[in-house]
Design a binder for this molecule. Structure first.
Ligand code: ASP
Length: 267
């Protein structure tokens, strides 16, 4: 960030994507096996390891703002379920009825034809993940931060919470290391504590090598097609790695003075 905190930057980027309806979060979120929207999100600032996640949010399309409120106003790091509704107004948001976009509803119908709700555990494996949004940023004060938001995996069981609500799994930030944020199959990301791992690697390596090492680790222990990660280190260098076919990402290139974006391998 040229000015302002990394947390402001990361939350603004994620909030923009929640609003867009283009990704698996906010207005474009994937649906549970019952066809409902249940959102997870989290924020973390490297300063004092401050952070919080929210899970199964059903009454605001911008759970990242709710997660920030939990972080700044409570002592908790995880709040989930229907009662998150109680905090929506306190966080300065409107209580909403979350309905799927037309594009998402059409996809749900197609998936439903392929799978039966009577076999939900199989569907969770079959329909996997993708398109969760996240951002990492180094504040002008040198403090790294991360934010993440998702509808979770397609056809997830109602009540399921994924990595994007959990510090150390879907995101991590530490003032002595850097920040990271993940996408992919939440169950696998939680198992290996992927984002904590990437940050620990930044104790000795740069952002890019740390991202690659973290993805190397999850590929080794849980297989390919499981995750992608973005990182920023304390020098403001960014990294990205994934073991899926592609991962959409964009970053500000300070040397070129412009935003660079990629979906497949680095440009
Ligand atoms: N990681 C998310 C989850 O499992 C899904 C995704 O990345 O799209 O909830």
């Amino acid at each position: 960030m040229r000015s302002g905190s990394g947390l402001d930057g990361a939350v603004a980027a994620v909030g923009f994507m929640e609003e867009s309806g283009l990704f698996n979060c906010g207005r474009g979120a994937y649906l549970t096996a019952e066809g409902k929207v249940e959102l997870d999100a989290a924020v973390m600032s490297g300063e004092g390891l401050a952070g919080a996640g929210v899970g199964n949010v059903t009454s605001t399309h911008t759970p990242v703002t709710l997660a920030r409120w939990v972080m700044e106003n409570t002592k908790h790091v995880l709040v989930v379920g229907d009662r998150t509704r109680d905090y929506v107004r306190l966080a300065g948001l409107e209580v909403e009825e979350l309905t799927p976009s037309r594009r998402v509803a059409a996809r749900f119908e197609a998936l439903q034809r392929e799978a039966k709700y009577s076999e939900p555990l199989r569907t969770v494996r079959r329909f996997e993940a993708g398109d969760t949004v996240g951002a990492v940023a180094l504040g002008s004060d040198g403090v790294p931060a991360a934010a993440v938001s998702t509808g979770g995996t397609w056809m997830k069981l109602p009540g399921r919470v994924g990595d994007s609500a959990i510090l150390g799994a879907g995101l991590f930030a530490d003032s002595g290391l850097g920040a990271s944020c993940a996408t992919g199959t939440g169950e696998e990301i939680i198992r290996v504590g992927l984002c904590l791992k990437a940050c620990e690697f930044m104790g000795t390596d740069d952002a890019q090598r740390s991202a690659a090492r973290a993805i190397g680790h999850i590929t080794k222990v849980r297989g390919k097609g499981t995750a992608g990660i973005i990182t920023v280190d304390l020098k403001g260098r960014v990294g990205a790695a994934f073991n899926t076919e592609a991962m959409g990402r964009a970053w500000f290139d300070h040397q070129k003075g412009r935003v660079v974006a990629a979906v497949g391998p680095d440009p």
